[in-house]
Design a protein around this ligand. Structure first.
Ligand code: AMP
Ligand code: MG
Length: 336
């Protein structure tokens, strides 16, 4: 069933024209929806104004193509070919590796796309979860580190035994490519690619996008809802998205490059809101590793993103630039 599910979802769950919304003018704008399985997650796409369904077809084809290219688990992806041969001239992999290098650089190495051997040891890529002992982890340390990857003019090369995992930023990149295509085609919409939300353009009735930030304690509840206008990326990294429990402890899928172990702290989730899906995705993973206080310092220094931190004690912190966008929910403001 595990293998069948993605296939079934990809084949069956493309449907459209479920809603007609009144426009402020005379002509109603059709909304069309599709739901596919790609990049190891369910992706929900809602488009406005894609009358003949051609943009939706392009987007689903693009998402499937990115899945085939950037998967660290699929045997025949371009990324796996890089991990086996140590080099690639794939332009998308190079672009993602460059962004990872940039974000890793100003987050003290919190983002590290070379952790694949370590996340395999914890069973995150296979689903056979286990807690490796310290000696096993330390033996892998020599394979890991952003210095193991080199950007060449045409691509990426890796030092011996190093392997890349683009899971921290591939979905944000996918959202960004979809946004570009939608903008070219003059189609508005809202994409939900796993923990990545991307809004594009303006809803037909001119109202803001209303986006919920999930409560880490309950997937059916929101911590907050936000009103956003135009094209925005809103990306969440959290310990509830993929994890296993052992002896009463939670082991989540985001690893701390210093300890080579799942991040454990007082943070349940962090959400980044900014204009670029790729940047938001890379940064949300890094901010989850850094924790709230270091993340706040970065927010003040950089001034190029907004964020929401959800703490284990239930406190929600929202940066000042986002506070007036909150439609519903209790929170504390992080000031400049
Ligand atoms: P995200 O859900 O965007 O926060 O990305 C989490 C995914 O990125 C994990 O499932 C791993 O594939 C990978 N990953 C885990 N820890 C790190 C890290 N510290 N830096 C970069 N990638 C990571
Ligand atoms: Mg991420």
């Amino acid at each position: 069933m595990k293998k069948l599910l993605p296939v079934l979802l990809a084949l069956v769950l493309i449907f459209s024209a479920c809603e007609l919304l009144p426009d402020s003018g005379a002509k109603p704008q059709a909304a069309s929806d599709a739901s596919i399985w790609a990049m190891d997650t369910v992706m929900d796409l809602r488009l406005y104004g894609d009358a003949d369904g051609s943009v939706m077809a392009e987007l689903t084809a693009l998402l499937n193509e990115l899945d085939r290219e950037l998967s660290a688990v699929s045997e025949d992806s371009a990324l796996t070919a890089l991990n086996e041969s140590g080099r690639t001239d794939n332009a998308r992999i190079r672009l993602l590796a460059a962004e990872a290098q940039r974000v890793s650089g100003f987050t003290g190495g919190a983002l590290d796309i070379t952790l694949l051997p370590v996340s395999r040891a914890w069973g995150f890529s296979t689903g056979s979860y286990r807690v490796p002992d310290t000696a096993e982890l330390e033996a892998l340390r020599g394979l890991v580190g952003m210095d193991k990857l080199t950007l060449t003019d045409e691509g990426v090369s890796l030092s011996d035994g190093a392997m890349l995992d683009l899971g921290a930023l591939a979905k944000g990149y996918a959202a960004e490519l979809c946004r570009e295509r939608m903008e070219q085609a003059g189609v508005a919409g809202r994409l939900s690619l796993g923990g990545n939300i991307q809004t594009v353009g303006t809803k037909p009735d001119g109202s803001d996008w209303l986006i919920g930030v999930q409560d880490p304690e309950d997937e059916n509840r929101y911590l907050l809802t936000l009103r956003l206008s135009g094209a925005k990326a809103l990306v969440t990294s959290g310990d509830y998205q993929r994890y296993f429990m052992q002896d009463g402890l939670r082991y989540c899928h985001i690893l701390d490059p210093e300890t080579l172990a799942p991040v454990r702290g007082t943070l349940r989730a962090v959400t980044v809101v900014t204009d670029s899906g790729l940047y938001a995705d890379a940064l949300s993973t890094a901010l989850f590793v850094l924790g709230r206080e270091a993340g706040e310092v970065l927010w003040r220094e950089r001034g190029d993103f907004e964020a929401i931190w959800a703490e284990a004690d239930g406190t929600v912190w929202v940066t000042a630039g986002l506070a007036d966008k909150v439609a519903e929910g209790e929170f504390e403001v992080v000031g400049p």
